[in-house]
Design a protein. Sequence first.
Length: 246
Amino acid sequence: MLDIETGPNVDAMLNAAPRARTEMDLSALHRLKAAVVLSFDVSGGGAPSNLLFERFGLDGREQEMIFGIDRALPSPAAGDMLITFNGRSWDIPMLLQRAAAAWCFAVPTLAAWGDASFERHFDVMRRGGARPGKGWSSLADRAAAIGIDMRLARGKATGTPASVRRRCTADVAATFLLFAAGEAVRRSDARFFGGAWLALAGVIRTDPALFRDVGYLAEHPVLDGCRVLVGGSAAYSVAPTVGLVA
């Protein structure tokens, strides 16, 4: 699971032809500011387990971030899945564009995801259906439908590195829960969704930095309902192996 955040690339803006700010191509004139990769396992009939957050952009250069993301993502050839929200139109194309601009040419995993099929790259936004004449629903609206207030999850947008990191982490977590809800319906298994949210809450609670950023999701009232969904089964009720790479 992947999400990125971008911001103005001052060097590119200085090199660009003068024009009104509203006319600038934000994709071409932005650079990578933060990224989060959330990995997890799904085996047999179980809920997601072994959650691992890898967060990039705390202090690293853009080139280091791009190479780190390339190493963190699974290979489509290995049969794994990449899950994003609007990643087919934004995250992967933007990462490939920044890789070229930053001379990060050895990114075989990112390149492979650029050519991956819809089956391998699961774009949660596109699975929700487009609004007639208005495009796709936003992540905030989709999250609201399952009880998540993204204003609380993301916090106040200040533009600081901490704020950008928090937003990126919150967006990945919300996308994970939207995927889990849809997958629970597909499987006709409520335990999948309940177990997924409990596993997410568990990994957030194990790390102070994660809890500071997205503790809202680890203390959400819906967790009581998630425990009911899993039926108190030892196989779902708690704490998978968890970890964090900063």
